[in-house]
Design a protein around this ligand. Sequence first.
Ligand code: PLP
Length: 398
Amino acid sequence: MDTSSAPAAVTPGFSTVAVHGARVLRDDASDGAERPAGRPVVTPLVQSVNFTQPFGTEDGLRYTRYGNVPNAESVQTRLALLEGAEAALVCASGMGATACTMLALLRPGDHLLSSAWIYGGTHKLFTQELPAFGVEVTFVDPTKQRDWRRSVRKTTRAVFVESPVNPTTRVLDLRPLARMSSELGLALVVDSTFASPINFRPLEHGADVVIHSATKYLNGHHDVLGGAVAGAASVIEEVRQKMIVWGQAPDPFACWLLERGMKTLDVRVRRQSENAQRLAEWCESRGEIARVLYPGLPSHPDHDVARDTLDGFGGMMAIELEGGGEAAERFVKRLRVITHAPSLGGVDSLVSEPRYTSHAHLTVAERAKAGVPDGFLRISVGIENVEDLIADVEQALA
Ligand SMILES: Cc1ncc(COP(=O)(O)O)c(C=O)c1O
């Protein structure tokens, strides 16, 4: 055996990539070569909108709104690596990421096929804004494969789904949709905010573009608004062009905070998944709770799909209290550790009532039909000690 040979190269894991970015993938990444003494360990915040420009050429122009300043590029590289994408882009918000992606993929006269189970803001974008640009949208029950096929038109260009679904935690099987999209030459776009790249990487399952509200798990600390898009370099460049003219680029400080948040993504999401599993199992044993929705429970309608396709069941769960809206209000008021607030994916556990947030515009009957009857509460499980979360829920139920 030749003991002088170099050790076999090891592909860095998600956490290593999230902490170090592309640096660890390079052969010259040793401290001596790449990090001379005195260099900061943390990516410096370059809070500058303008950068000196080379003479006599338009190349090399850097400007914050173009998405090519140092702190944006540093996050984009990490995200592309985590999603297994050629390229990624950070935007000012999740909605900005979805809007710019749609503007890049669709033209007047085109048709978009969308899952009916999507975040309320995205639904508004598709029903109120895209039609004004001459784009027609058809919503499909995502579990009905035949309906997807039947709804395809000659003008269909893209398919949009969200999984796991906000707020019901339903998990979609992308595989048949990916087959259909590739057969018909449609772009399959997946909002993977709830899973984060730790638990699911849609591009590995045949998606073309993945979108995140980076406000949620990617940042994870309730202090940054951001969005992200990842996919083929040519598509991401088109999305970037839309981001530039629609003014959807993030500020360098938001990118810097996002990079700091992403360093702990793996440990946070694993802990949140463990906590959510324990809390969901405990909730299932309680008579005051009529229904518990968590993909890690065998009782979840998509447990098998979740087990087959996700690397972890995630930190999002929902409960439906016996006693409807009144019981939910009493419960939420009594919570001490879990905070009543919108949004999700951060280190603090949060609870929200869709009847006052994403589903406020629907009637009671419509909400019930959408799977979120009054009494339904979405819980974004944080990284606290799970015993304290269980005790908090127990005292609030008492
Ligand atoms: C699944 C999902 N996608 C997109 C968004 C929009 O993200 P943002 O609030 O960062 O614009 C949200 C926000 O709640 C969401 O839950």
